[in-house]
Design a protein around this ligand. Structure first.
Ligand SMILES: [Ca+2]
Length: 640
């Protein structure tokens, strides 16, 4: 476990703004800095400088990554109808909380800490460099193998997490105006109606430090209002959010002016964040009562130019010098794969692959800092006697691909690398050392957190609590569904050799997982469709709905492929437009009488014509955001 003895307050003395950093978050200056990171962590101090074969390419890559980007991955699940039990014990100083809507938790004096990293993959081995995450959270709790983001990009995914609602319901579908970002979030009234507001209204102390929503800039940190609902906060502020060694954070709650922003030139952003998190834990301990704390490191985004000292993982830069991005079965395939713009990508060049490997090593180095922070935070909770009664959740906002399907480093796609993300939970009544295949998504996280805190669930939730107790993990009516959505621009994965934004990246995806099947079905705004049977094709390389179809025709449960596709499309028709109960129980929209609850049930031939005659998922054009008039039919015809 990483230990730190030094302490700084959550709002240390002002060091002043440093505008030597580029105004563009993706193209920082090349100012050379010395590091002041604590070298006493569990890892060796790096001494070898990074080399970069394709610096220019990375710069272009990062610019394009930042660009445009609307996408939504909508994950639907009925994963856990968990009616969790009460945490083991409540601090004597904590107030009683109301019962949940499920009525199964009388009170909870528990606390919740969430670590949400940026762009951390599950599939490409990022957790391999995080022993504290694996052992102190996973080893003491549950590791979820089938947790998904619903929108494979920062702001929409974070809003999904904060609200428990699908992006097509929050209408935050981009990282930037006019369809997303911080100011859009505030303008839509979400700043008054999201998780920390509900918690603070219930008397829970709330803390936030790190990257918040895209677009929280030095010019608008209080425009139209400061981020609401946090008892204490320290937000990373653009344009320095991605400057690992020149981060700037707000230094007081309700920060409004330049004087309320502090720069940390020469100190790694996660070491700054770690000190803030520890100070917040101290504050929460001194105040007593329940608390919620969300710490959001900015370390694994791909905005860094690895030749730029300001953006290097400093002391860990050489620790992973022998690592390269995993050469998965779908890495830079000889035959193109995917749909829309993805299938037209050229093979990655040797320079492209060298760039991907450099980025990969940078990511690992930065994730090691996060792992140190996790160890320190858990130790500090233990020091205060709070660990036993605190849920500790580790996750990411979205996944990441690195060379899969010929894609450069990036996200925004419906493929597994982009949407399947880490989720590990430990806590008072959480199963210990368990691994779960329960399907869940970030839509379920706000409900899960409310349940952990013993607070009522909300009617508007599109998700529901994820199972985490031993009992609920064993009995949860697990399914099946994750829906991913995305709205246009970019793909976010420009090729270094052919920079540019990729349009036609609007899609609706349905990810279905059970003991019997594992499928991905996607409808693109171009009209293209994709279907991957991931039992035989885990890398999603054989698109049976390509034209002409790839691979060999198969039967599913004695039925034709088309009969399966008719079911998948009808289900996606429901989930792409669902809200509240229809998201939580999508089959009931098709079968109000309750005849069908799973895909297996629905394969019965007696329903063939019912499914074949449903309106089909489609788009009339590839829009930049959620414009419902362009998204084809909205309603299915219920079975009678
Ligand atoms: Ca992200």
């Amino acid at each position: 476990m990483a230990m730190r003895t030094s302490q700084i307050p959550s709002h240390p003395p002002q060091r002043g703004l440093d505008d030597s950093t580029s105004e563009k978050e993706d193209s920082p200056s090349e100012t050379q800095l010395s590091t002041s990171g604590d070298p006493t962590g569990p890892r060796k101090v790096a001494s070898t400088r990074w080399s970069c074969p394709t610096v220019a390419a990375i710069g272009i890559l990062c610019i394009t990554l930042l660009a445009l980007g609307l996408g939504l991955g909508l994950v639907l699940t009925n994963a856990a109808s968990a009616s969790a039990s009460a945490p083991a014990s409540a601090s004597s100083s904590t107030p009683a909380a109301p019962t949940t809507s499920a009525g199964s938790i009388p009170t909870s004096g528990a606390n919740v800490v969430v670590i949400m990293t940026d762009d951390q993959d599950l599939i490409l081995d990022s957790l391999s460099v995080q022993p504290n995450v694996r052992n102190l959270i996973g080893g003491e709790g549950v590791t979820y193998n089938k947790h998904y983001c619903t929108v494979a990009i920062c702001c929409p995914s974070r809003v999904n997490f904060f609200t428990g609602r699908a992006a097509h319901n929050t209408n935050i579908t981009s990282i930037r105006l006019p369809y997303g970002g911080w100011t859009r979030f505030a303008e839509l009234g979400l700043n008054e109606n999201y998780l920390p507001v509900w918690l603070s209204d219930a008397g829970v102390n709330t803390y936030y430090a790190g990257k918040f929503l895209n677009g929280l800039d030095k010019s608008n940190i209080a425009t139209p209002a400061p981020p609401n609902g946090w008892s204490d906060s320290s937000f990373l502020v653009e344009p320095w959010t991605y400057n690992y060694l020149n981060s700037h954070y707000t230094n007081k709650p309700n920060a409004a002016t330049a004087a309320d922003i502090t720069g940390y030139k020469g100190m790694h952003t996660t070491e700054v964040l770690e000190e803030k998190a520890l100070a917040m834990i101290d504050d929460a301990a001194s105040k007593g009562g329940q608390f919620y704390m969300q710490i959001a490191p900015e370390v694994v985004e791909c905005h860094a130019d690895p030749n730029d000292a300001i953006n290097r993982p400093a002391k860990y830069e050489a620790m992973f010098a022998d690592r390269q991005a995993p050469r998965t079965s779908n890495f830079n395939p000889v035959e193109p794969s995917g749909a829309s713009w993805v299938k037209d990508l050229e093979l990655l060049s040797d320079d492209d692959i060298a760039t991907i490997d450099e980025i990969y090593r940078s990511r690992l180095g930065n994730m090691a800092y996060v792992d140190d922070m996790v160890g320190s935070m858990i130790q500090r909770l233990e020091d205060h006697g709070l660990l036993e009664n605190t849920y500790f959740i580790y996750t990411s906002d979205n996944g990441f691909h690195m060379g899969q399907h010929r894609l450069h480093a990036g996200k925004r796609c419906p493929y597994e690398e982009d949407i399947n993300i880490p989720l590990l939970i430990r806590g008072p009544d959480v199963a210990k050392g368990a691994t779960s295949e329960i399907v869940g998504s970030h839509t379920d996280m706000a409900p899960t957190i409310l349940q952990m805190l013993g607070l009522p669930l909300r009617e508007e939730f599109d998700g529901q609590p994820i199972a985490y107790t031993s009992t609920d993990l064993g009995t949860s009516e697990k399914t099946e569904l994750v829906t991913a959505e995305f709205w246009n621009i970019g793909g976010g994965t420009p090729q270094a050799a052919t920079p540019g934004s990729y349009y036609n990246n609007t899609y609706k995806s349905l990810r279905l997982i059970s003991d019997d099947y594992t499928f991905l079905y996607t409808v693109w705004c171009t009209g293209e469709q994709e279907f991957y049977d991931m039992q035989s094709d885990p890398g999603q390389m054989i698109n049976r709905l390509a034209s002409p179809p790839q691979g060999i025709a198969a039967e599913y449960y004695g039925r034709s492929e088309q009969s399966l596709y008719d079911r998948l499309d009808a289900l996606l028709m429901v989930t792409k437009s669902c809200a509240a109960e229809s998201c939580r129980e999508p089959w009931s929209v098709l079968f109000p009488g309750g005849e069908i609850g799973t895909l297996m049930d629905a394969m019965n031939s007696e329903y063939d014509s019912f499914f074949a005659n449903q309106p089909k998922v489609g788009f009339s054009s590839c829009a930049d955001g959620y414009i419902v008039e362009l998204e084809g039919p909205q309603d299915v015809t219920p079975y009678t």
